[in-house]
Design a protein around this ligand. Structure first.
Ligand SMILES: Nc1ncnc2c1ncn2[C@@H]1O[C@H](COP(=O)(O)OP(=O)(O)O)[C@@H](O)[C@H]1O
Ligand SMILES: [Mg+2]
Length: 452
Protein backbone atom coordinates (compact mmCIF):
# COMPACT_ATOMS: atom_id res chain seq x y z
CA UNK A 1 0.00 0.00 0.00
CA UNK A 2 1.40 3.38 -0.96
CA UNK A 3 -0.35 5.97 1.17
CA UNK A 4 0.55 9.18 2.94
CA UNK A 5 -0.62 9.98 6.43
CA UNK A 6 -0.87 13.31 8.24
CA UNK A 7 1.31 14.11 11.22
CA UNK A 8 -1.60 13.43 13.61
CA UNK A 9 -2.50 10.15 11.92
CA UNK A 10 1.14 9.10 12.28
CA UNK A 11 1.00 9.93 15.96
CA UNK A 12 -2.13 7.76 16.29
CA UNK A 13 -0.47 4.89 14.39
CA UNK A 14 2.61 5.12 16.63
CA UNK A 15 0.64 5.15 19.92
CA UNK A 16 0.37 1.83 21.72
CA UNK A 17 -0.79 2.94 25.14
CA UNK A 18 -3.38 0.68 26.81
CA UNK A 19 -6.09 3.12 25.70
CA UNK A 20 -5.76 5.69 22.93
CA UNK A 21 -8.36 8.24 21.86
CA UNK A 22 -8.01 10.16 18.61
CA UNK A 23 -10.77 12.73 19.03
CA UNK A 24 -11.96 16.04 17.68
CA UNK A 25 -13.20 17.75 14.53
CA UNK A 26 -15.18 15.94 11.84
CA UNK A 27 -12.97 15.44 8.82
CA UNK A 28 -9.79 15.44 10.89
CA UNK A 29 -8.79 12.08 9.39
CA UNK A 30 -9.70 9.92 12.38
CA UNK A 31 -11.54 7.05 10.67
CA UNK A 32 -8.94 6.92 7.91
CA UNK A 33 -6.29 6.87 10.62
CA UNK A 34 -7.96 3.82 12.19
CA UNK A 35 -8.15 1.96 8.89
CA UNK A 36 -4.54 2.67 7.94
CA UNK A 37 -3.32 1.82 11.43
CA UNK A 38 -5.22 -1.49 11.44
CA UNK A 39 -3.55 -2.39 8.14
CA UNK A 40 -0.05 -1.52 9.34
CA UNK A 41 -0.55 -3.54 12.52
CA UNK A 42 -1.91 -6.55 10.64
CA UNK A 43 1.08 -6.54 8.30
CA UNK A 44 3.66 -5.99 11.04
CA UNK A 45 2.37 -8.68 13.40
CA UNK A 46 1.60 -11.99 11.59
CA UNK A 47 -1.48 -13.89 12.78
CA UNK A 48 -2.56 -10.89 14.86
CA UNK A 49 -6.22 -10.36 15.66
CA UNK A 50 -8.02 -7.01 15.62
CA UNK A 51 -11.63 -5.95 15.83
CA UNK A 52 -13.14 -2.65 14.70
CA UNK A 53 -16.51 -1.55 16.13
CA UNK A 54 -19.11 0.88 14.87
CA UNK A 55 -22.36 1.12 16.78
CA UNK A 56 -24.59 -0.27 14.02
CA UNK A 57 -24.14 -2.65 11.10
CA UNK A 58 -25.24 -0.18 8.37
CA UNK A 59 -22.75 2.41 9.68
CA UNK A 60 -20.05 -0.22 9.69
CA UNK A 61 -20.74 -1.32 6.13
CA UNK A 62 -20.99 2.19 4.72
CA UNK A 63 -17.88 3.55 6.40
CA UNK A 64 -15.11 1.34 7.72
CA UNK A 65 -15.72 -1.77 5.60
CA UNK A 66 -16.17 0.20 2.39
CA UNK A 67 -13.05 2.33 2.94
CA UNK A 68 -10.89 -0.63 3.94
CA UNK A 69 -11.92 -2.50 0.78
CA UNK A 70 -10.94 0.56 -1.21
CA UNK A 71 -7.57 1.02 0.51
CA UNK A 72 -6.25 -2.45 1.32
CA UNK A 73 -4.38 -4.11 -1.59
CA UNK A 74 -6.09 -7.24 -2.92
CA UNK A 75 -2.74 -9.06 -3.20
CA UNK A 76 -2.55 -9.29 0.59
CA UNK A 77 -6.13 -8.86 1.80
CA UNK A 78 -9.49 -10.51 1.27
CA UNK A 79 -12.85 -9.84 2.90
CA UNK A 80 -15.59 -12.36 3.75
CA UNK A 81 -18.97 -10.65 3.84
CA UNK A 82 -20.72 -13.60 5.52
CA UNK A 83 -18.91 -13.12 8.83
CA UNK A 84 -17.54 -9.58 8.29
CA UNK A 85 -13.94 -10.73 8.57
CA UNK A 86 -10.94 -9.51 6.65
CA UNK A 87 -7.91 -11.81 6.38
CA UNK A 88 -4.33 -11.13 5.36
CA UNK A 89 -1.85 -13.41 3.62
CA UNK A 90 0.29 -13.50 6.80
CA UNK A 91 -2.59 -14.97 8.82
CA UNK A 92 -3.66 -11.71 10.49
CA UNK A 93 -7.35 -10.91 10.68
CA UNK A 94 -9.61 -7.96 11.29
CA UNK A 95 -13.18 -8.52 12.49
CA UNK A 96 -15.63 -5.76 11.62
CA UNK A 97 -18.26 -5.63 14.33
CA UNK A 98 -21.19 -3.64 15.68
CA UNK A 99 -22.71 -3.37 19.11
CA UNK A 100 -26.20 -2.01 18.79
CA UNK A 101 -27.68 -3.02 22.13
CA UNK A 102 -26.15 -3.66 25.57
CA UNK A 103 -26.69 -7.42 25.06
CA UNK A 104 -24.61 -7.38 21.86
CA UNK A 105 -21.43 -7.26 23.94
CA UNK A 106 -21.99 -10.90 24.99
CA UNK A 107 -21.45 -12.01 21.40
CA UNK A 108 -17.78 -11.30 22.08
CA UNK A 109 -17.53 -12.90 25.51
CA UNK A 110 -15.15 -15.67 24.48
CA UNK A 111 -13.23 -13.54 22.00
CA UNK A 112 -9.62 -12.41 22.36
CA UNK A 113 -7.99 -9.58 20.39
CA UNK A 114 -4.61 -7.85 20.25
CA UNK A 115 -6.15 -4.51 19.30
CA UNK A 116 -9.74 -3.42 19.81
CA UNK A 117 -10.86 -0.37 17.87
CA UNK A 118 -13.93 1.82 18.23
CA UNK A 119 -14.83 4.31 15.53
CA UNK A 120 -17.18 7.06 16.83
CA UNK A 121 -16.63 6.08 20.45
CA UNK A 122 -19.20 8.58 21.76
CA UNK A 123 -21.94 6.49 20.08
CA UNK A 124 -21.21 3.70 22.61
CA UNK A 125 -22.18 3.50 26.27
CA UNK A 126 -19.52 3.32 28.95
CA UNK A 127 -20.63 -0.18 29.99
CA UNK A 128 -20.20 -1.48 26.43
CA UNK A 129 -16.71 0.01 26.28
CA UNK A 130 -15.67 -1.38 29.66
CA UNK A 131 -16.94 -4.86 28.85
CA UNK A 132 -15.26 -4.97 25.45
CA UNK A 133 -12.04 -3.56 26.93
CA UNK A 134 -11.67 -6.84 28.78
CA UNK A 135 -11.47 -8.74 25.46
CA UNK A 136 -8.08 -7.18 24.75
CA UNK A 137 -5.64 -9.92 25.76
CA UNK A 138 -3.37 -12.67 24.44
CA UNK A 139 -0.09 -14.48 24.95
CA UNK A 140 1.67 -13.70 21.66
CA UNK A 141 3.67 -10.75 23.06
CA UNK A 142 2.26 -8.27 20.54
CA UNK A 143 1.40 -4.76 21.81
CA UNK A 144 -2.13 -4.71 23.23
CA UNK A 145 -4.22 -1.60 22.94
CA UNK A 146 -7.77 -0.25 22.73
CA UNK A 147 -7.72 2.49 20.09
CA UNK A 148 -10.71 4.74 19.53
CA UNK A 149 -11.61 7.63 17.29
CA UNK A 150 -14.54 10.02 17.67
CA UNK A 151 -16.12 13.43 17.27
CA UNK A 152 -17.40 15.14 20.44
CA UNK A 153 -21.19 14.87 21.04
CA UNK A 154 -23.39 11.79 21.08
CA UNK A 155 -24.78 9.72 23.91
CA UNK A 156 -21.34 8.84 25.23
CA UNK A 157 -19.97 12.40 25.21
CA UNK A 158 -19.81 12.79 29.00
CA UNK A 159 -18.07 9.53 29.88
CA UNK A 160 -15.61 9.82 27.01
CA UNK A 161 -14.79 13.39 28.06
CA UNK A 162 -14.30 12.30 31.66
CA UNK A 163 -12.14 9.32 30.71
CA UNK A 164 -9.85 11.01 28.19
CA UNK A 165 -10.21 14.79 28.04
CA UNK A 166 -10.69 16.01 31.62
CA UNK A 167 -7.87 13.97 33.09
CA UNK A 168 -5.35 13.80 30.23
CA UNK A 169 -3.29 16.62 28.75
CA UNK A 170 -3.42 16.39 24.97
CA UNK A 171 -0.68 14.15 23.57
CA UNK A 172 0.69 13.33 27.02
CA UNK A 173 0.59 9.80 28.39
CA UNK A 174 -1.25 9.33 31.68
CA UNK A 175 -0.31 6.41 33.97
CA UNK A 176 -3.05 4.66 35.97
CA UNK A 177 -2.38 1.50 38.00
CA UNK A 178 0.05 0.11 35.45
CA UNK A 179 -2.18 1.07 32.52
CA UNK A 180 -1.60 4.02 30.21
CA UNK A 181 -3.99 6.37 28.46
CA UNK A 182 -3.48 9.08 25.86
CA UNK A 183 -5.70 11.61 24.10
CA UNK A 184 -4.65 12.75 20.62
CA UNK A 185 -6.67 15.80 19.51
CA UNK A 186 -7.77 16.03 15.87
CA UNK A 187 -8.27 19.32 14.03
CA UNK A 188 -9.66 19.83 10.56
CA UNK A 189 -6.52 21.66 9.55
CA UNK A 190 -4.58 18.46 10.35
CA UNK A 191 -6.13 16.87 7.30
CA UNK A 192 -4.32 18.48 4.38
CA UNK A 193 -5.87 15.87 2.04
CA UNK A 194 -9.37 17.15 2.66
CA UNK A 195 -8.33 20.80 2.82
CA UNK A 196 -6.88 20.53 -0.67
CA UNK A 197 -9.55 18.38 -2.28
CA UNK A 198 -12.57 20.12 -0.71
CA UNK A 199 -11.70 23.63 0.52
CA UNK A 200 -15.43 24.47 0.88
CA UNK A 201 -15.86 21.76 3.56
CA UNK A 202 -14.90 24.21 6.34
CA UNK A 203 -17.47 26.71 5.04
CA UNK A 204 -20.19 24.08 5.27
CA UNK A 205 -19.26 23.34 8.89
CA UNK A 206 -19.19 27.06 9.69
CA UNK A 207 -22.82 27.26 8.62
CA UNK A 208 -23.92 24.82 11.37
CA UNK A 209 -25.67 25.90 14.59
CA UNK A 210 -23.38 26.94 17.46
CA UNK A 211 -23.25 23.65 19.36
CA UNK A 212 -22.72 21.45 16.29
CA UNK A 213 -20.20 23.91 14.93
CA UNK A 214 -18.20 23.79 18.16
CA UNK A 215 -18.21 19.99 18.17
CA UNK A 216 -17.65 19.28 14.48
CA UNK A 217 -15.59 22.24 13.29
CA UNK A 218 -13.56 23.08 16.39
CA UNK A 219 -13.52 19.58 17.90
CA UNK A 220 -14.58 21.27 21.14
CA UNK A 221 -15.53 19.00 24.07
CA UNK A 222 -17.04 21.72 26.24
CA UNK A 223 -20.47 21.70 24.67
CA UNK A 224 -22.76 20.52 27.48
CA UNK A 225 -25.94 22.52 28.09
CA UNK A 226 -26.12 24.75 31.16
CA UNK A 227 -22.39 25.45 31.50
CA UNK A 228 -21.75 28.55 33.58
CA UNK A 229 -18.69 29.62 31.57
CA UNK A 230 -20.07 28.92 28.13
CA UNK A 231 -17.43 31.25 26.70
CA UNK A 232 -14.71 28.88 27.83
CA UNK A 233 -13.00 27.15 24.90
CA UNK A 234 -9.93 24.96 25.41
CA UNK A 235 -8.64 25.89 21.96
CA UNK A 236 -8.43 29.52 23.03
CA UNK A 237 -8.10 29.63 26.81
CA UNK A 238 -5.70 26.73 27.34
CA UNK A 239 -2.15 27.01 26.11
CA UNK A 240 1.23 25.33 26.24
CA UNK A 241 3.43 26.85 28.98
CA UNK A 242 6.07 29.36 27.95
CA UNK A 243 8.74 31.10 29.99
CA UNK A 244 7.30 34.11 31.78
CA UNK A 245 9.41 37.28 31.31
CA UNK A 246 10.99 38.54 34.54
CA UNK A 247 9.31 41.92 34.40
CA UNK A 248 5.72 40.62 34.34
CA UNK A 249 3.82 41.02 37.60
CA UNK A 250 3.09 37.79 39.44
CA UNK A 251 0.21 37.17 41.81
CA UNK A 252 -1.18 34.29 43.81
CA UNK A 253 -4.89 33.79 44.54
CA UNK A 254 -6.43 31.12 46.70
CA UNK A 255 -9.50 29.51 48.11
CA UNK A 256 -8.70 27.76 51.37
CA UNK A 257 -10.41 25.40 53.76
CA UNK A 258 -9.59 21.95 55.06
CA UNK A 259 -11.78 20.61 52.28
CA UNK A 260 -9.47 22.14 49.67
CA UNK A 261 -6.57 24.47 49.00
CA UNK A 262 -6.97 25.72 45.45
CA UNK A 263 -4.19 28.22 44.72
CA UNK A 264 -2.95 29.69 41.45
CA UNK A 265 0.10 31.61 40.34
CA UNK A 266 -0.85 34.15 37.71
CA UNK A 267 1.44 36.33 35.59
CA UNK A 268 0.18 39.62 34.15
CA UNK A 269 1.73 41.16 31.03
CA UNK A 270 1.96 44.80 29.95
CA UNK A 271 -1.53 44.76 28.41
CA UNK A 272 -3.17 43.34 31.52
CA UNK A 273 -3.53 39.87 29.98
CA UNK A 274 -3.31 37.21 32.66
CA UNK A 275 -1.71 33.76 32.37
CA UNK A 276 -2.44 31.15 35.02
CA UNK A 277 0.89 29.36 35.18
CA UNK A 278 0.72 26.90 38.10
CA UNK A 279 -1.76 25.36 40.51
CA UNK A 280 -1.98 23.68 43.89
CA UNK A 281 -5.13 21.60 44.30
CA UNK A 282 -5.12 19.56 47.45
CA UNK A 283 -7.65 18.63 50.11
CA UNK A 284 -10.43 16.32 51.25
CA UNK A 285 -12.59 16.99 48.19
CA UNK A 286 -9.76 15.62 46.14
CA UNK A 287 -9.25 12.44 48.15
CA UNK A 288 -6.53 13.98 50.38
CA UNK A 289 -6.41 14.61 54.14
CA UNK A 290 -6.77 18.39 53.97
CA UNK A 291 -3.91 20.80 54.64
CA UNK A 292 -3.60 22.64 57.96
CA UNK A 293 -2.45 26.27 57.67
CA UNK A 294 1.25 25.57 58.20
CA UNK A 295 1.19 22.89 55.47
CA UNK A 296 -0.80 25.14 53.12
CA UNK A 297 1.71 27.97 53.75
CA UNK A 298 4.58 25.65 52.81
CA UNK A 299 2.83 24.69 49.58
CA UNK A 300 2.27 28.37 48.77
CA UNK A 301 5.97 29.09 49.27
CA UNK A 302 6.77 26.28 46.82
CA UNK A 303 4.31 27.83 44.38
CA UNK A 304 6.15 31.18 44.60
CA UNK A 305 9.35 29.32 43.55
CA UNK A 306 11.54 32.35 44.14
CA UNK A 307 9.36 34.77 42.13
CA UNK A 308 8.53 38.19 43.49
CA UNK A 309 4.80 37.92 44.29
CA UNK A 310 2.89 41.24 44.28
CA UNK A 311 -0.06 39.99 46.37
CA UNK A 312 -1.69 36.79 47.60
CA UNK A 313 -5.41 37.43 47.08
CA UNK A 314 -7.82 35.73 49.49
CA UNK A 315 -11.54 35.96 50.36
CA UNK A 316 -12.69 38.01 53.41
CA UNK A 317 -13.96 35.02 55.42
CA UNK A 318 -10.34 34.09 56.15
CA UNK A 319 -10.26 37.17 58.44
CA UNK A 320 -13.10 35.86 60.63
CA UNK A 321 -11.80 35.33 64.17
CA UNK A 322 -12.09 31.81 65.56
CA UNK A 323 -14.12 31.75 68.79
CA UNK A 324 -11.65 29.61 70.75
CA UNK A 325 -8.31 31.22 69.86
CA UNK A 326 -9.43 34.69 68.76
CA UNK A 327 -7.16 34.23 65.77
CA UNK A 328 -8.15 34.35 62.12
CA UNK A 329 -6.93 32.00 59.40
CA UNK A 330 -5.33 35.02 57.70
CA UNK A 331 -3.51 35.64 61.00
CA UNK A 332 -2.28 32.04 61.06
CA UNK A 333 -1.02 32.36 57.49
CA UNK A 334 0.82 35.55 58.51
CA UNK A 335 2.45 33.65 61.39
CA UNK A 336 3.61 31.13 58.77
CA UNK A 337 5.13 33.80 56.57
CA UNK A 338 2.29 34.33 54.07
CA UNK A 339 0.63 37.75 54.13
CA UNK A 340 -2.74 37.57 52.48
CA UNK A 341 -4.47 40.48 50.72
CA UNK A 342 -8.18 40.63 51.43
CA UNK A 343 -10.45 41.06 48.41
CA UNK A 344 -14.20 41.40 47.91
CA UNK A 345 -16.02 38.09 47.52
CA UNK A 346 -19.16 39.52 45.84
CA UNK A 347 -20.30 36.57 43.77
CA UNK A 348 -22.39 38.07 40.99
CA UNK A 349 -20.12 41.05 40.30
CA UNK A 350 -17.09 38.73 40.62
CA UNK A 351 -18.44 36.23 38.09
CA UNK A 352 -19.42 39.02 35.69
CA UNK A 353 -15.88 40.38 35.86
CA UNK A 354 -14.45 36.89 35.33
CA UNK A 355 -16.63 36.41 32.27
CA UNK A 356 -15.19 39.66 30.86
CA UNK A 357 -11.69 38.24 31.32
CA UNK A 358 -12.69 35.01 29.56
CA UNK A 359 -14.63 36.77 26.80
CA UNK A 360 -13.31 35.80 23.37
CA UNK A 361 -12.62 38.65 20.96
CA UNK A 362 -10.75 39.07 17.68
CA UNK A 363 -7.39 40.71 18.14
CA UNK A 364 -5.60 43.02 15.69
CA UNK A 365 -4.47 40.00 13.64
CA UNK A 366 -8.05 38.67 13.46
CA UNK A 367 -7.13 35.80 15.79
CA UNK A 368 -9.41 34.76 18.66
CA UNK A 369 -8.02 36.03 21.96
CA UNK A 370 -9.01 36.36 25.62
CA UNK A 371 -7.51 38.25 28.55
CA UNK A 372 -7.28 35.18 30.77
CA UNK A 373 -5.36 32.12 29.58
CA UNK A 374 -4.47 28.96 31.45
CA UNK A 375 -1.33 26.84 31.07
CA UNK A 376 -2.25 23.25 30.27
CA UNK A 377 -0.57 22.02 33.48
CA UNK A 378 -3.44 23.51 35.57
CA UNK A 379 -5.69 20.53 34.88
CA UNK A 380 -8.09 20.98 37.83
CA UNK A 381 -8.85 24.59 36.99
CA UNK A 382 -9.48 23.66 33.35
CA UNK A 383 -11.76 20.80 34.37
CA UNK A 384 -13.73 22.85 36.90
CA UNK A 385 -14.21 25.92 34.67
CA UNK A 386 -15.42 23.70 31.84
CA UNK A 387 -17.84 21.72 34.03
CA UNK A 388 -19.27 24.33 36.42
CA UNK A 389 -23.04 24.59 35.91
CA UNK A 390 -25.45 27.55 36.13
CA UNK A 391 -27.57 27.87 39.26
CA UNK A 392 -31.08 26.98 38.09
CA UNK A 393 -32.65 29.59 40.44
CA UNK A 394 -30.25 32.37 39.51
CA UNK A 395 -28.57 32.23 36.08
CA UNK A 396 -26.14 35.01 37.10
CA UNK A 397 -24.60 32.68 39.66
CA UNK A 398 -23.07 29.23 39.34
CA UNK A 399 -24.38 26.08 41.00
CA UNK A 400 -22.61 25.27 44.27
CA UNK A 401 -23.03 21.54 43.73
CA UNK A 402 -20.97 19.52 43.12
CA UNK A 403 -19.04 21.59 45.66
CA UNK A 404 -15.70 20.26 44.45
CA UNK A 405 -16.08 22.18 41.17
CA UNK A 406 -16.30 25.58 42.88
CA UNK A 407 -12.91 26.00 44.60
CA UNK A 408 -10.71 26.64 41.57
CA UNK A 409 -13.06 29.12 39.83
CA UNK A 410 -13.57 30.88 43.20
CA UNK A 411 -9.82 31.41 43.51
CA UNK A 412 -9.66 32.97 40.04
CA UNK A 413 -12.62 35.21 40.94
CA UNK A 414 -10.61 36.48 43.94
CA UNK A 415 -7.66 37.23 41.64
CA UNK A 416 -9.91 39.39 39.46
CA UNK A 417 -11.52 41.09 42.48
CA UNK A 418 -7.98 41.98 43.59
CA UNK A 419 -7.66 44.24 40.51
CA UNK A 420 -4.21 43.09 39.40
CA UNK A 421 -2.11 45.71 37.64
CA UNK A 422 -0.36 45.30 34.28
CA UNK A 423 3.40 45.12 33.90
CA UNK A 424 5.18 47.79 31.83
CA UNK A 425 3.69 47.60 28.28
CA UNK A 426 5.59 45.39 25.84
CA UNK A 427 6.18 46.02 22.15
CA UNK A 428 3.32 44.42 20.13
CA UNK A 429 5.54 42.07 18.07
CA UNK A 430 6.83 40.54 21.29
CA UNK A 431 3.30 39.97 22.49
CA UNK A 432 2.19 38.06 19.42
CA UNK A 433 5.52 36.28 19.09
CA UNK A 434 4.51 33.74 21.68
CA UNK A 435 0.79 34.11 22.18
CA UNK A 436 -0.20 33.08 18.70
CA UNK A 437 2.82 31.14 17.64
CA UNK A 438 0.76 27.94 17.41
CA UNK A 439 -2.27 29.31 15.69
CA UNK A 440 -0.47 31.49 13.16
CA UNK A 441 0.68 28.35 11.36
CA UNK A 442 -2.36 26.05 11.34
CA UNK A 443 -1.03 24.24 8.31
CA UNK A 444 2.24 23.16 9.86
CA UNK A 445 0.73 19.70 10.16
CA UNK A 446 0.58 19.62 6.36
CA UNK A 447 4.06 18.19 6.52
CA UNK A 448 3.21 14.60 5.92
CA UNK A 449 4.85 11.31 6.49
CA UNK A 450 5.02 8.67 3.87
CA UNK A 451 4.40 5.05 4.70
CA UNK A 452 5.05 2.48 2.02
N1 LIG B 1 -4.19 9.60 4.87
C1 LIG B 1 -5.11 10.02 4.00
N2 LIG B 1 -4.89 9.94 2.69
C2 LIG B 1 -5.81 10.40 1.80
N3 LIG B 1 -7.00 10.94 2.15
C3 LIG B 1 -7.27 11.05 3.45
C4 LIG B 1 -6.34 10.60 4.47
N4 LIG B 1 -6.89 10.83 5.66
C5 LIG B 1 -8.09 11.38 5.44
N5 LIG B 1 -8.31 11.53 4.11
C6 LIG B 1 -9.51 12.15 3.47
O1 LIG B 1 -10.19 12.94 4.41
C7 LIG B 1 -11.56 12.53 4.52
C8 LIG B 1 -12.00 12.67 5.97
O2 LIG B 1 -11.25 11.75 6.76
P1 LIG B 1 -11.96 10.84 7.86
O3 LIG B 1 -10.92 9.93 8.39
O4 LIG B 1 -13.20 10.23 7.31
O5 LIG B 1 -12.31 11.97 8.94
P2 LIG B 1 -13.00 11.83 10.37
O6 LIG B 1 -13.18 10.38 10.66
O7 LIG B 1 -12.03 12.50 11.29
O8 LIG B 1 -14.27 12.59 10.27
C9 LIG B 1 -11.58 11.11 4.02
O9 LIG B 1 -12.82 10.75 3.47
C10 LIG B 1 -10.50 11.09 2.99
O10 LIG B 1 -11.01 11.52 1.75
MG1 LIG C 1 -15.00 9.36 11.05
Amino acid sequence: MDISVSKRQKKFCDSYESEVLYGGAAGGGKSYGQIIDAFLYAMKYPASKQIIFRRTLPELEKSIIRTSLMLYPQQVYSYRKADHTGTFVNGSLIDFAYCDSEQDVFRYQSAEYDVIRFDELTHFTESMYLYLLSRCRGVNGYPKSVKSSTNPGGIGHSWVKKRFIDCCLPDKVMYLDGMTRVFIPAKITDNGFLMKSDPMYIKRLEALGKKDRMALLDGCWDIAEGRFFDEFDRNIHVMTPFEIPDDWRKYICLDYGLDMLAAYKIAVDGFCNAFVTAEIYEGKDNGGKGLIVSQAALRLKELCSGDKIRAVFAPPDLWNRQKDSGKSIAGLFAENGINLTRVSAGRISGWMAMKEWLHVYSDECGMPAARLRIFDCCSNLIRCISMLQCDVQNPSDCAVVPHELTHAPDAIRYFISGQPKPAQPLPPEYRYGFTFEKRLSPFDSEKQFKII
